[in-house]
Design a protein around this ligand. Structure first.
Ligand code: SF4
Length: 377
């Protein structure tokens, strides 16, 4: 188990070396994917390898010449990586147009000397409207065909269904791991589940699935664990990771998440039967609440309260990347609903590049102290 985690951490630390080696070994082209919800099955079935670009902690200097410094550090750090050559190994990038920042960044990217923008997946602005499914279907088909012609791939519907089966297995495995946090949160601690989530967006998917299944077998049936304050974490991505780890250092355990890189993206499978494009459309339209989905039918505040109560948590921690507007717009209503349900909350506003985390540490310590030992649960 330790060997697998160490391998994944090495890949997260230096994805370029791993992916260059993967490219040489398998011949698969590498496609960068801007989160969130781009159907990575389309890249895999075209014979390429998707690397979901969740940002990085390297200092940002060059990107500021192209993009305002009050954009989120996920988008700015990816742009910086492109500008200083760390994305040279890519055959191109695809964008999921999930927010204003990404919409603008796709245009900037397209105009970079070596931007290699493959396509932008536009999603229905109103997923509840009558035309949403047809619109998304045409977007998926255009993206699929563009990837197919870039990689010279002949893809049948059965090939796409087969790929959907692979990605469903991957999501199911991750869900199994994440669900183990509720019963044995100390055994499946932050290092284990968060490393798995990050690595699942980089590592060869078949290799990752094998390693994940081996890790799940090794975890077996752990013994019951002593009480500790139980937390739900929410947001896009909880970086820097040392802030996330501080929750455990202060004696709390994370038993559930509502993270973009976590449950939000692995909770929903696509149907393995029938038309695979329709399956991907349906998967997207049936996703749970997320501020990037703009779904009027979703009541995210009520959903968060319900999720927190089901998981029996003592508190909810909001990880908000600075300047992430979708998350910021949702926050007041979510906090109000959790306050009404008497569930304590903590808002941590971070950037990938946050180096001074002392003040955040103090706030986490104070928050966990107010939650007590968690014995009441
Ligand atoms: S603003 Fe938020 S949703 Fe948009 S790219 Fe940044 S982190 Fe993602």
């Amino acid at each position: 188990m330790q060997k697998i985690l160490d391998h994944w951490e090495k890949v997260i630390e230096d994805p370029q070396t791993y992916l260059e080696e993967l490219n040489q070994r398998t011949g698969r082209g590498i496609v960068g994917v801007f989160p969130l919800y781009y159907p990575m099955e389309l890249i895999w079935v075209a014979g390429a390898h998707p690397w979901e670009l969740w940002g990085n902690a390297a200092p940002i200097t060059k990107a500021d010449a192209h993009m305002q410094s009050y954009a989120c550090s996920l988008s700015r750090s990816n742009l910086e990586a492109q500008l200083d050559g760390r994305l040279d190994l890519l055959d191109g990038v695809v964008f999921a147009r999930k927010c204003d920042t990404l919409q603008n960044l796709a245009t900037i990217w397209e105009n970079l000397p070596d931007g290699r923008l493959i396509d932008v997946m536009r999603f229905p602005v109103n997923p509840g409207s009558a035309g949403a499914a047809a619109f998304l279907r045409s977007e998926i088909i255009r993206n699929r065909d563009r990837l197919g012609s870039l990689f010279d791939a002949q893809m049948s519907d059965e090939d796409l269904s087969e790929t959907i089966r692979l990605f469903n297995r991957l999501r199911r495995g991750l869900r199994t791991l994440l669900s183990m946090r509720a019963s044995t949160p100390k055994t499946v601690g932050i290092r284990t589940w968060y490393t798995a989530l990050r690595a699942s967006r980089i590592v060869d998917r078949e290799e990752f699935l094998e390693q994940l299944e081996e890790l799940l077998d090794a975890l077996g049936e752990p013994d019951p664990e002593p009480a500790a304050p139980r937390l739900l974490v929410t947001g896009m991505i909880p970086e820097p990771v040392n802030v996330l780890l501080e929750l455990e250092a202060q004696g709390a355990v994370v038993v559930d998440d509502d993270l973009g890189i976590g449950m939000r993206s692995v909770a929903t499978d696509a149907s393995e039967q029938g038309d695979p494009v329709a399956a991907l459309v349906q998967q997207y339209l049936s996703r749970g609440p997320c501020p990037t989905l703009h779904n009027d039918a979703h009541d995210r505040p009520a959903y968060l309260v319900d999720r927190a109560e089901r998981a029996g948590v003592d508190g909810v921690v909001f990880f908000r990347l600075k300047f992430c507007d979708p998350e910021a717009f949702d926050y007041p209503d979510c906090k109000e609903a959790l306050d009404k349900a008497k569930i304590p909350t903590l808002l941590l506003e971070t950037e990938w590049q946050s180096a001074q985390t002392g003040a955040l540490r103090t706030r986490i310590q104070a928050f966990v102290e107010t939650l007590g030992s968690g014995e009441a649960k």
